[in-house]
Design a protein around this ligand. Structure first.
Ligand code: UTP
Length: 551
C-alpha cells in the first residue's frame, strides 16, 4: 500500500486530498508515465430522437445475447441503512425494491428480445449478483422469500466476494473486530473483485459456449439505469465496443469520475475513468493550467462515469485469461479531521471494476455512451443528514432524490411521448429541496423502450401535478385520459385494457416525515415522506380479454 513508502508507514500517506466529506489517498502512480489527458471518443445520445429509437431497437435485439452482473457487496456506510440496499424501495408508489426492479427489467428485456427476433433465442438471460459476507445471506433471503421476483432460481447466481483485513491507522495496524476482540475486522475489497470472481466461477466460458456476447455490470441503487440500457447496448453492438462505459454530462469538479483518454509518452493511449479528485491535478500537471473546468458547453469535456459497464464477452475472456481478473488496488482512508492522523472508520485495500481497461492493449475498442442525467443516473448513496449538506445545485444522491428522480424521468418521458404533464413544485424533505413531479411509475414490461411507451400513450393523456399513476400491466393503453388524483391499474399479460375518461379523486397526499422520527420505518424516514392514500381508482384485470376502463 502507498503508506508503506513513507518510512515504514510511520508518516501519514502523502497526497491526501479532501473532497466533500471524504478523504482520498491520491495515487497518481499509474498516471506518472502518461503525459496527456484528452477527451476520448464516444456516443452522445439524445433521448427520444430517431437515432435513440433505432439504438434501443438494436439493444433490445442484442439483449438475448447478454448476461447481467449486479455488484451488491458494498457496505453502504454513507447511506447507513440497516438492511441491504437492494431491499430498499426504488419508489414507494408501487413499493418495488431495487432488486425486484432490476429483475423485472431483465425479464422484460428477455421477453421483448425474444419477440423482436422471432422467438429464436436463449431461454433466459443470466443474472449474477456479487455479494459479500455483509450482504450475502440477506440477498439470498430477499430472493427466496419473494420467489426470485419471477425469475427462475437457476437463472440467478450469487458470487460472494471475500472480505479483506482492515487497518486502523496510518501505521497500518490491523483493526480488531468491534464485535469480537479475538478477530481481525474485515470489509469488502471493492467492486473490482467482480472480474476475478467471474473468471474463477467458469461462468464466462459457459456464457460464451451458449452464444452470449455481452456482459453488463451495474450497481445496487440506480433506479433509472435500465432506461439507458437498451440504447447503450445498441451503441456497443453498432460501434463494436469491447468496453462501453455509461456516462452523463459532468460539471467540472463534480464528485464523479471523468472518462478520459490518457496518452503515454511513447504514444500508447487508454480510455479510462480518472477519479474526480485526481482529474484536476492530472490536468494541471499535463499542460492544462486551469485544471478541471467547464468547456463552452457549460460542462466538463470529460463525461462523468456512472460506473455501469458493457463489456464484449470474447475480448473480456481473452483479457481475463491473461490477468485472471486481477485489478490494481488502492487505499482510501476517511480521516476524522484535517490533521489526518485518525480514521473515521478502519480502512482496507480496495479495487474498482472500472479500472479493468487499465491492462487492455491499446488496440482495444474502448468508448463511452453519454445520456442525460435525468434519464440514467440517480443513485441512493447518502443518508439524509449528509445529503442535506450537499452544496446547492449538486445532486443529493439520497433515498429522496432517488425516488423523485424516477417520477421526474417518467414525467419527462411521457411529455416527450406527447402527454401533457404538469410542471413540478419545489418541496423540502429532510433539508433537501427537490422538484416534486406527479408520482408516475410503471412496470418495465409496460414501457421498456421509448417507442413502446409512445405507442401506449399516443391516444392522449393529461396528468396534474398532485396525481399518482401506477401502471402495472403489460397491455394497458392510455386513451384520452384526464388524471387528477390517483389511478392504480394492473392486468394479466393476456388482458388488454384501454384506459380513458376523467379520473378525479382526492388522491395520495405526500406527507413529510422527519428522518429522526423513529415511529416510522427506516425506509420511510430516510426518504422523508410517505403517501397518505386518501382516495384512488384501483383496478386489476386478472382475466384474459379486452377491457375498457372509463370511470
Ligand atoms: P459504493 O461506492 O456505493 O460503495 O459502491 P458502498 O460500499 O456500497 O457504499 P459506501 O462507500 O460504503 O457508502 C458502488 C457499488 O459497488 C458495490 C456496491 O454494493 C455498489 O453497488 N460494491 C462496493 C461491491 O459490490 N463490493 C464492494 O466491496 C464495494
Amino acid at each position: 500500500m502507498k503508506g508503506e513508502e513513507d518510512k515504514g508507514g510511520r508518516q501519514p500517506p502523502k497526497f491526501l486530498l479532501q473532497n466533500g466529506h471524504r478523504f482520498y489517498q491520491l495515487d497518481l502512480s499509474f498516471l506518472k508515465s502518461y503525459r496527456l489527458g484528452t477527451v476520448p471518443t464516444g456516443e452522445v445520445l439524445t433521448f427520444g430522437d430517431d437515432n435513440f429509437i433505432n439504438l434501443e431497437e438494436t439493444g433490445v435485439k442484442e439483449a438475448q445475447k447478454a448476461a447481467f452482473v449486479l455488484v451488491a457487496g458494498g457496505l453502504g456506510e454513507r447511506l447507513g441503512y440497516n438492511g441491504i440496499k437492494v431491499a430498499l424501495p426504488a419508489e414507494t408508489t408501487t413499493e418495488t425494491c431495487f432488486l425486484q426492479h432490476y429483475i423485472e427489467y431483465i425479464l422484460a428485456l428477455q421477453e421483448a428480445s425474444c419477440r423482436l427476433t422471432g422467438g429464436e433465442c436463449q431461454k433466459e438471460i443470466p443474472f449474477v449478483i456479487m455479494t459479500s459476507d455483509d450482504t450475502h445471506a440477506r440477498t439470498l433471503e430477499l430472493l427466496e422469500s419473494n420467489s426470485y421476483f419471477g425469475m427462475k432460481p437457476a437463472q440467478v447466481k450469487l458470487l460472494k466476494q471475500e472480505k479483506v483485513a482492515c487497518l486502523d491507522d496510518n501505521d497500518a495496524r490491523l483493526a480488531v473486530d468491534p464485535h469480537n476482540k479475538y478477530r481481525i475486522q474485515t470489509k469488502p475489497h471493492g467492486h473490482g473483485d467482480v472480474h476475478s470472481l467471474l473468471y474463477s466461477s467458469g461462468l464466462l466460458k459457459i456464457w460464451r459456449d451458449n452464444g452470449l456476447r455481452w456482459v453488463l455490470f451495474f450497481q445496487d441503487t440506480n433506479g433509472l439505469l435500465f432506461k439507458a440500457i437498451p440504447a447503450s447496448l445498441g451503441v456497443s453492438a453498432i460501434k463494436q465496443y469491447h468496453v462501453n462505459s455509461l456516462a452523463v454530462p459532468r460539471k467540472a469538479k463534480e464528485a464523479i469520475g471523468g472518462i478520459t483518454r490518457l496518452t503515454h509518452a511513447d504514444g500508447r493511449s487508454m480510455v479510462i475513468n480518472v477519479e474526480y479528485n485526481q482529474l484536476d491535478p492530472l490536468l494541471k500537471a499535463t499542460g492544462f493550467p486551469d485544471g478541471d473546468v467547464n468547456c463552452e458547453t457549460g460542462y466538463s469535456p470529460f463525461p462523468g462515469n456512472i460506473n455501469q459497464l458493457i463489456l464484449e464477452l470474447g475480448p473480456y475472456i481473452e483479457e481475463l485469461t491473461k490477468t485472471r481478473g486481477a485489478i490494481k488496488e488502492f487505499v482510501n482512508p476517511k480521516y476524522k479531521d484535517a490533521s489526518k492522523t485518525s480514521f473515521k472508520s478502519s480502512t482496507r485495500l480496495e479495487c474498482m471494476m472500472q479500472d479493468y481497461p487499465k491492462t487492455l492493449s491499446p488496440t482495444a475498442r474502448v468508448g463511452f455512451t453519454v445520456m442525460d442525467t435525468w434519464l440514467a443516473y440517480a443513485p441512493v448513496k447518502n443518508n439524509p443528514e449528509d445529503a442535506a449538506k450537499v452544496p446547492k445545485g449538486n445532486p443529493y444522491h439520497s433515498a429522496t432524490s432517488g425516488e423523485m428522480s424516477i417520477y421526474r424521468a417518467n414525467s419527462l418521458i411521457l411529455r416527450k411521448a406527447g402527454a401533457q404533464v404538469d410542471d413540478p413544485v419545489q418541496e423540502v424533505f429532510n433539508g433537501q429541496e427537490l422538484e416534486v413531479w406527479p408520482c408516475i411509475a410503471w412496470k418495465p414490461k409496460w414501457g421498456l423502450t421509448f417507442s413502446e411507451i409512445k405507442r401506449k400513450v399516443s391516444g392522449g393523456c393529461s396528468i396534474s401535478q398532485k396525481s399518482t399513476l401506477a401502471i402495472k400491466g403489460r397491455n394497458i393503453i392510455i386513451e384520452d385520459l384526464l388524471l387528477d388524483g390517483a389511478l392504480i391499474i394492473d392486468s394479466t399479460d393476456a388482458a388488454e385494457v384501454r384506459v380513458g375518461g376523467s379520473v378525479h379523486n382526492k388522491g395520495w397526499i405526500l406527507e413529510k416525515v422527519d428522518y429522526k422520527d423513529t415511529s416510522f420505518p427506516e425506509e420511510i424516514r430516510i426518504r422523508g415522506f410517505r403517501f397518505n392514500k386518501i382516495e384512488q381508482v384501483e383496478e386489476n384485470y386478472s382475466e384474459a380479454g379486452k377491457f375498457v376502463l372509463k370511470p
